[in-house]
Ligand binder design. Structure first.
Ligand code: HEC
Ligand code: HEC
Length: 338
């Protein structure tokens, strides 16, 4: 056996430790999400454990317009940080100005969703990428061409090697986007600060929270838990006839017509317009909708009935919904383009 002098061993160790302080080495270590109070552990698929290298690559891809056929549209064109990763449009406008048929949902806490899209047709953040990338009304590209285009850039090659130990590929592209999106965690609203950090909250918002969770309004029967959704599919009687069939598009079951995934209400004051089709502009109008009890669609959930809310109660509910905005989330540089 070759005996190395002790100083050489120490020198090698010191180099390892020091070089790990600059990023290349640390990049491969597992990145621990900093979860807010009340948040459970996030499920992360095997083989795509979070590392800084993967997250950094995913963020670059998220903001890269070269991912669309005409080079005009990035993921971030429809999921803007300052709007809690929505786009402010009723339905999204994609490549060549073509309009889609759905409202872009917020990506806050999207890593917790058991399935994606408003009808639940997306299985994971990794496979979901094919949706917008190949949709003619979104990025109008295809995976093979997108990968061929991006692998020409040496910095993407180098990052792919570093993050996934392989060449830039569809595997790398989809996984890195998934890794970045799992970091989009929002749990520092005024209401969270009140619940978990003893901050003062406006009394109207507190009364609104009690109403939201109580038997009279029953909002929390669907908008439950830390993310204000139970992820079920529900028909809230928006229409008596739905042009978008919702859940029935994938289940092919008539009983699912007009059912959509219950949206999270975090940051809801920042994400107008609302509903699967962006048909409601203001939160006040949503409260009116629930107070009226819906249009009576045959699949309408029985909890949607006239509520008999007073003017004050409506104002309280609104104050509560407004207290769910997380201003830190929409301004954090980690989530922004640079
Ligand atoms: C042209 C606008 C547009 C672009 C570009 C776009 N999206 Fe979206 N995104 C939407 C719309 C609209 C939906 C809702 C679709 C649906 O439910 O059918 C959506 C849904 C999603 C969802 C599901 C969220 C949920 O709550 O279920 C994720 C995740 C997502 N997009 C990520 C991305 C990523 C990653 C990219 C880039 C590869 C991207 N989007 C590009 C408009 C866009
Ligand atoms: C039966 C389940 C259910 C109940 C009860 C319920 N909601 Fe909803 N809520 C939904 C679903 C599903 C949607 C999305 C519908 C769509 O996309 O067409 C929604 C949408 C919303 C939105 C719009 C969110 C967005 O981003 O588009 C708000 C705000 C909202 N609900 C607040 C409330 C309030 C306040 C109450 C109580 C008065 C309530 N909800 C009761 C299921 C429910």
């Amino acid at each position: 056996m070759i005996a190395f002098p002790r100083y050489i061993i120490l020198w090698v160790l010191a180099c390892l430790v020091l070089s790990c302080e600059s990023d290349p080495c640390n990049d491969a270590t597992v990145y621990e999400l900093d979860l807010p109070a009340g948040f459970p552990a996030m499920p992360v698929p095997e083989g795509n454990e979070l590392t800084q290298a993967r997250i950094t690559l995913g963020k670059q891809l998220f903001y890269d317009k070269r991912l669309s056929r005409d080079g005009q549209i990035a993921c971030a064109s429809c999921h803007l940080q300052e709007l809690a990763f929505t786009d402010g449009e009723a339905v999204s406008i994609g490549a060549q100005g073509r309009t889609g048929f759905r409202n872009a949902p917020s990506l806050a806490n999207v890593g917790y969703h058991p399935y994606l899209f408003r009808e639940g047709g997306g299985i994971s953040l990794e496979t979901q990428v094919l949706g917008p990338l190949e949709d003619s009304t979104e990025m109008a590209f295809n995976m093979l061409e997108a990968v061929n285009r991006l692998k020409e850039f040496p910095e993407y090659q180098a990052q792919a090697e570093q993050a996934y130990d392989q060449e830039f590929s569809a595997f790398v592209l989809t996984r890195a986007l998934g890794a970045f999106q799992r970091t989009l965690i929002s749990g520092e609203s005024a209401y969270d600060q009140y619940l978990y950090a003893g901050a003062v909250l406006d009394s109207a918002a507190i009364r609104g929270a009690i109403l939201f969770n109580g038997d009279k309004a029953q909002c929390s029967s669907c908008h439950s838990g830390f993310n204000y959704t139970d992820y079920s599919f529900q028909n809230i009687g928006l229409y008596d006839e739905y042009s978008d069939l919702g859940r029935a598009r994938v289940s092919l079951d008539l009983a699912d017509i007009g059912k959509f995934k219950v949206p999270s209400l975090r940051n809801v004051a920042l994400t107008a317009p609302y509903m699967h089709d962006g048909s409601i502009q203001r939160l006040e109008q949503i409260i009116e909708h629930y107070d009226h009890g819906g249009q009576g669609h045959i699949n309408q959930n029985p909890a949607i009935v006239p509520l008999g809310l007073s003017t004050d109660e409506k104002a309280d509910l609104l104050a509560f919904l407004e207290s769910l905005s997380d201003l830190n989330f929409i301004s954090k540089p980690e989530f922004g383009p640079e």
